[in-house]
Design a protein around this ligand. Structure first.
Ligand code: 5GP
Ligand code: ZN
Length: 219
């Protein structure tokens, strides 16, 4: 069924081009999300057959497996950060300052640090995944995408419904184990960048996200 759509990438990653499969190895496949909810949105799929059908909360109870997934997600985050630098480096004041210093004659003794793009990437899972195969989201923080069309799209990446990978293993009494009772997806919209509330006004939120995106990439 539709919820099994990620299985094909695990089974036959070599049949896809680089616009779909970012890379694959024995244990993992990294892909582009087909309906990206940020300007860069990747998925990390572990291939372990004993784990791929489990809910992430259950799969990550295995500490050894969790460590492997964290290490691979770390690699994918670095790769994603490089992608953001390529995409937005020319827009970013921090990157421009570094480039200007590099090409100055003579160059200054202390180069300004380039922008830390890794900090601009979120890594985690949904408390209630919609797709059956175990996957970790690796996406830029902007939440700027024309595929972000529904309130649950925004809130699933902007409330405790999104559980950062680094927070695993979860405590037994962690509230996020009962996400539906908490109603995370029905909460008021809060801007990820400035904390402004938009109530349930999705059109206003979308306009604001476009503005924030412009400023964010220029930082
Ligand atoms: P979930 O809500 O299960 O955590 O996220 C599943 C993700 O898979 C969503 O972000 C969705 O856009 C993405 N997705 C759904 N179907 C496909 C597909 O067939 N191919 C790819 N590449 N991504 C998909
Ligand atoms: Zn804002």
């Amino acid at each position: 069924g539709a919820r099994d759509g990620l299985g094909v990438y695990i089974a036959k990653p070599e049949t896809y081009g680089p616009d779909v499969v970012v890379y694959h190895n024995e244990d993992f496949v990294a892909i582009h999300d087909m309906f990206p909810k940020s300007s860069l949105h990747l998925l990390l799929l572990p291939r372990d057959e004993s784990k791929t059908r489990l809910h992430p909360f259950e799969a990550f109870e295995d500490i050894e497996f969790l460590a492997k997934v964290k290490a691979e997600a770390c690699k994918l985050r670095t790769l994603a950060a490089g992608e953001l630098r390529r995409k937005y480096g020319k827009d970013s004041e921090q990157e421009q300052a570094r480039q200007a210093a590099l090409s100055a004659d003579p160059p200054p003794n202390e180069l300004p640090q380039g922008r830390d793009w890794e900090q601009e990437i979120m890594v985690g899972v949904h408390a209630v995944p919609s797709m059956n195969h175990l996957h970790v989201h690796v996406l830029s923080v902007d939440r700027y995408s024309d595929r972000l069309k529904h309130r649950k799209h925004y809130n699933s990446f902007s409330t405790p419904f999104f559980v950062p990978l680094e927070e695993f293993p979860l405590a037994e009494d962690d509230m996020r184990r009962r996400p539906t009772e908490e109603g995370y997806l029905k909460r008021d919209f809060i801007c990820w960048r400035c904390d402004k509330s938009f109530g349930n006004r999705f059109v206003d939120l979308k306009q604001h996200l476009a503005q924030e995106f412009k400023e964010w990439k220029k930082l």
